[in-house]
Design a protein around this ligand. Sequence first.
Ligand code: NAD
Length: 318
Amino acid sequence: MTPTIKLSSGYEMPQVGFGLWKVDNKVCADTVYNAIKSGYRLLDGACDYGNEKECGEGVARAIKDGLVKREELFIVSKLWPTFNDPEQVTPVVKRQLADWQIDYFDLYLIHFPGALKFVDPSVRYPPGWQYEGDKIIRSKTTIQDTWRAMEALVDQKLARSIGISNFQAQLIYDMVRYARIPPATLQIEHHPYLVQQELLNLCKEEGIAVTAYSSFGPASFLEFGFKHAEAMVPLMKDPLITDIAAKHGKQPSQILLRWATQRGLAVIPKTSRAEVMAQNLDCTSFDLAQEDIDKISAKDGNIRFNQPSNYFATQKMW
Ligand code: NAD
């Protein structure tokens, strides 16, 4: 049974979920269906992933086949920065809900803090980054304005919990002063090369649950040709991780996920392979020694891969 984390909104969030970034449209409905069949209950999607319709098809089929009921799932999605202007928030959420074939999100996050100029969905959806030449075009909307619209989603029962992603401590210090509904979760890049202990401490103090993404570090970014990802020792081949894995009779991937979950975070790995889906989900059934957790944390190098500016350099992908 997957443990849950109690959110400040009162709802329980599964500690291990399934990520949906870069899940190809052609296989997405089947992947979501199979993830639910494997036992995943949290699905982590986003407008930007461009596959919410197919995610919805997978969910609808799983419900129709009796694998799960809607209320047993915890469906997460995110607000892309071109929709951060307050008047755009509810309409895009309604569109996203329609794609998922559901009437509320369990958790809805601001995907990145900086608002971008609105792109009409009839022109381009998902919109991706907003450029003119090599310059990003911003909107003047502040996070406070966007957060008011996020709070309205809860009032309208379109989202049960709301949260943030890719926010650093300074923005959180600011937001907690004005938030009528405090952010229930923060989703961040987190792996042994990017431990972010002070940010985690702040979230603990503020009652904000933290979800780790890209738990395997550079592995997720090799396909973008990021040189600093290629230069790192792959975490699943790092002798410290493989030795701890051998000691427990587990996969290195499970050690990386257990390190994060024992630090109190939720994790959302993704794979299309059934046996790997099961392994990833089964990452809370054993415990690492505190000494091993500390040794893994000592690999911290404050090395971040998922930085918008990294993608600007490899623009062609958008
Ligand atoms: P990931 O952890 O899902 O996977 C990285 C790579 O490792 C993938 O190629 C995957 O197929 C592979 N992999 C997965 N399990 C494995 C295993 N057991 N053994 C070997 N290889 C394995 O990385 P990710 O996609 O960067 O992050 C996970 C999820 O986090 C995403 O799908 C998305 O939902 C979310 N995410 C959010 C943001 C954000 O800005 N909020 C950014 C990135 C990712």
